[in-house]
Each structure stands twice: as structure tokens, then as C-alpha cells.
Write a protein of this length. Sequence first.
Length: 388
Amino acid sequence: MSQQTSPQAVYIHIPFCTNKCFYCDFNSYVLKDQPVMDYLHALDREMELTVGETPPGTIKSIFVGGGTPTVLKPDEMEYFLSSVKRHFPDWADDIEFSMEANPGTTDLEKLLVMKAGGVNRVSFGVQAFQNDLLTGIGRIHNTDDVYRSLENARLAGISNMSIDLMFGLPNQTVDMLNESIDRALELELPHYSIYSLKVEENTLFHTLFQRNQLPLPSEEDELNMYLLLMSRMKAVGYKQYEISNFAKPGLESRHNTTYWRNEDYYGLGAGAHGYVGGQRHMNIKGVSPFVEAAKTRLPRLEQFRVSREEAMEDFVMVGLRMLDGIRSSDFSDQFGASLESIFEGQLQKMLNAGLLEPHADHGGYRLSERGILLGNEVFGEFVGALTS
């Protein structure tokens, strides 16, 4: 099971957005008429109750996601960040404090408040560099907003930035993606995250897909988009350290690496998930129910202990997302058992299929080049392998 007694990573969810993107199934709500300060007070109360139950270690990473956390007004942002610092006061000297942002919601004043409150890394949801494509997926920003937001962040003293790009979008061509990559790489940022569109239930895109009104690229084009991304990033020195993530060496997202290493983290806010001391929890999703619950208790929807077998499956599945893969020694340190004996059949099958390969440097396993393209097939092999 997870060995840490004091989590060193914090995830905080701000569920408000200016509008709902057509592909989004995250726990997010349009900002208009929402009780934002009530929510931030409830979040403050949840932090207090959480650290009272499980005191934190030295915090190495904080990640604020959403929604769009940067829809908070400067005074709300200031209150929120002071709240975080009060309940999690012991920060590592080199803490990574990331916040997701939507270009167009980040003026200089707000970014200065963020910087003063400890934020030192911003992840911008850019998605594409064609305004028609952005409108077609329900984004409210345009490419001018992207350049302005990045410039504002630099002026505020935040240089550690990442942008998200998406591929497989309706009406997107390989050439369009190539142009977006050109524009993205011109920025010479430390980090890029790359996501393929998933048509999720309860989204506008799902409704259109059901009606056969969503003009998606062909599977072949989508594969070529991913191959293009990988080759172009590699050619200019970005390391693909995880299936969807590329970074200049040493500038990988430390917070996300916590998840992929199956380490403990606090999960705070409406709908947030956390993993502390071998227990996973999920919070109440709705804003008002979350606010009401936090007045008297931890606003949990469910909480359960992770069995040893499930933790073993999780270790392999999330660990293999990283291109360095998993170490047999880490597995035996955590579980007191041999990775090869527990998953002998699954490992052998994936090695024989050419989707996994032994990692010569550290005595473990990683996805092969083909395995990177068929990751879900590999992970699926370990789902329920011990627990079903």
C-alpha cells in the first residue's frame, strides 16, 4: 500500500467556468450567479478539517484545477491563496505550485496576485491555434488572447508555463495540427500537454455524435496526428515522459508524476478525488451541497480503503503511463512481493505482443514504441487482473 503517512501533494478543485466547452464532462459550472465566496469559505473549512485528520508533510506540489480557476476575481484569488498557505504552511524550497488557466481570464493584475500567493507555474488551455476550431469546440478565447496571456504571465514573473493542445477535433486536419505545433513550439515553453478528443457522455459533442453530426477526423488521421506530435516534439529536444506530456529535461510536471507513481495526495473541493493513507475518497460534486456539507463535516461523497490487490494493479497501470515505466524494485519495496510473480501472465503476454519491453537501465518494464500507441490495450490487461 502507499507508504507515506503525510501527503506531500495537494489537488484543489475550483469548479467555475465562464462557459461550458462542448467536449467537457468535468465537474464544472458556469460562473454566473454562483456563490463563489461561499464556496471558497467551504474550501477553507475543508482544508482545516483535512489537515486536522491527516497532517501534511512538506508540500512539494500544489495543483489548482477546474473548471477555470482563473475566473476568480483578484480579491477572491487572494483569499483563496492565503487560505492554502495558512493550512499548508510548510512548502519545499522548490515547490511546484501550478494553476490551470484559460487564456482570456488572465490579466496582469490577477497574475500578480497569483504570483504573490505562491503560484509559480501556469498551465494554459490553448487547445488549437485556429480561431474557427476554437469556436467549434466552445472555447471563449482566440489566439490573440493566448499570446497576451503568456506575455502577462512573464510580466508577473511566472516563466514556468505549459500549454494544452488537442487533436482529433471536429474538422481538424493533420495540416491544421501541424500549424498549431509550429505556433506552440515558437513559444519555446518548458512543457506541453497533448490530448486527443474523447467524446464523453453528457456533453454537447456526445449529443451531436449520436445524431451523426460531429465531423471527426478518421482513425488514420488521428493516429497520424499523434505520430506527428511525438516526432516534432522529439526533434526539438522535448522529452516525452508520459503518454500525453512533453517537457524540456527537468521540467516535467511534478504534481502529475505523484499520480503516476501512485503516491498520496490530498484532493480538495467539489468533486475532487484524493488518496491518503491507503484510502481513496471522492467529494460531493454540486457547489451548494458541497458548501452545506463542509459546514459540519468533511464533504465526502464516498471513501473506501484500497485493497492490496487493487493497489498493485494501480501501481502498474498508472506507472506504465510514464515512458520510463515501472521498476520491479519499487514494486517489491511497496508490496513486499515480486512484480514478476504477481503479474507473470500479463507481463509475458504484453512482452510477447511487443507492447512492453524490459527496461535495461532499471530492471523494470516500459511501453514499447508500438505500446505507446496502444496504451489502453496494455493498461486493460492489468485492470481486474487480481481483483475481478
